[in-house]
Design a protein around this ligand. Structure first.
Ligand SMILES: *Cc1c(COP(=O)(O)O)cnc(C)c1O
Length: 354
């Protein structure tokens, strides 16, 4: 494969001179900071919130680098993975000209972000077992194809994508292959983060929003080679990760043990919940899941969705997606929530099928 990142990146981004903050230009120790027009008296909150945050989040990256066993230079942080998805389009895809391949049913933000950036979407739907249609993907690729999006484990289907298929695409496609691993901590599958050395075109996305329990602080992680990280740094807003988010992430990243306990507990509850739902009359299928949610197939799913909503239980109706007719995506709740869900489903099934 002759992968040439310089040919892939948009020429305006290659040429771009990034915004340079005072913090970029001075790296020594300073006591008098009169460079950024901050409020020198302090703030109504914790005093140091008067200061702009570290634009490159070095302390946070140091901890992530340690946990992920990667050099800091291969880590980029975003205001959620959603920001990174948008930045990847802006770095690599020329609006109105380039295209990108998605494999539905999958995470909807790839397509939304493509539309915002006026990048055409080519679609290679997953096969009925929710695995990649590699031949279809290869057929769709043309000179304007810059990014292929693969979500593994996939949202909303819950399954891992075959590693060999992902490797085939990484080996044959001369553009960027994004592997979105938002649910990797729940999965038996090995992360692709350890394979960056083998694939210069690989971008791995992870997030603190799911297993880490920190959707509220908005911190997405991207692992890629240094050149790609460099382009993302050029294009991002200078202070994209706010100071409270960096402080809270630093604290949370010390709690790997607690997070691993939560992951284990959620996986146990997922297995138990899947068994209970699978055993309910009229349920057609609970799809195997390597995540913290279940995709459930049941007749009249849209009616069940409305019934659950009327009882104050909100799940995600996925019935309009390809190969997902009559499905609901249900997040594994805590014990009490799971019981409420199961009881409501049982009541609805009893009313509707007897
Ligand atoms: C939840 C989710 C994300 C997370 O996005 P954040 O912006 O980091 O919260 C990314 N990708 C997939 C597939 C998801 O399901």
């Amino acid at each position: 494969m002759d992968f040439d990142i310089k040919k892939l990146v948009r020429p305006n981004i290659e040429k771009l001179k990034a915004y340079s903050s005072a913090k970029d230009e001075f790296t020594g120790q300073a006591d008098v900071l009169l460079d950024a027009n901050e409020n020198s008296l302090g703030s109504p909150l914790t005093k140091w919130y008067n200061r702009y945050p570290d634009p490159y989040q070095k302390e946070v990256k140091e901890k992530i680098a340690f946990i992920k066993k990667l050099p800091q230079s291969q880590i980029f942080l975003g205001n959620g993975s959603d920001e990174i998805i948008d930045l990847l389009f802006r770095v690599f895809c020329e609006p109105g000209k380039d295209n990108s391949i998605i494999c539905p049913p999958t995470y909807p933000m790839y397509e939304v972000s493509a539309n915002i950036n006026d990048v055409a979407i080519l679609s290679a739907p997953l096969l009925t077992d929710f695995q990649l249609n590699v031949a279809h993907i290869e057929q769709l690729v043309n000179a304007q194809t810059k990014i292929i999006w693969i979500c593994s484990p996939n949202n909303p289907t819950g399954n891992n994508i075959d590693r060999i298929d992902i490797e085939t695409i990484l080996n044959h496609f001369n553009g960027i292959v994004v592997v979105d691993e938002a649910y990797i901590n729940f999965s038996k599958q090995k992360s692709f983060a350890q394979s960056l050395i083998d694939y210069p075109n690989l971008v791995v996305l992870q997030t603190l929003s799911k297993a880490w329990g920190l959707a509220g602080i908005r911190l997405g992680m991207c692992f890629a080679n240094e050149t790609i990280v460099g382009y993302l740094n050029k294009v991002k807003a200078p202070y994209n990760i706010n100071l409270p988010a960096q402080e809270l992430a630093l604290k949370a990243l010390d709690e790997v043990g607690q997070v691993n306990d939560m992951i284990q507990h959620l996986v146990e509850m997922r297995i138990a919940l899947a068994e209970v739902i699978e055993s309910m009359p009229h349920v057609i299928k609970v799809y195997p899941s390597d995540t913290n949610f279940l995709l459930v197939k049941i007749p009249h799913a849209t009616k069940l969705y409305a019934y659950l909503s009327s009882k104050g239980i909100i799940v995600r109706n996925r019935s309009t997606l390809p190969n997902c007719e009559d499905t609901l995506r249900i997040t594994v709740g805590n014990e009490k929530e799971n019981t409420l869900l199961v009881d409501a489903m049982a009541a609805w099934i009893e009313q509707n099928f007897s």
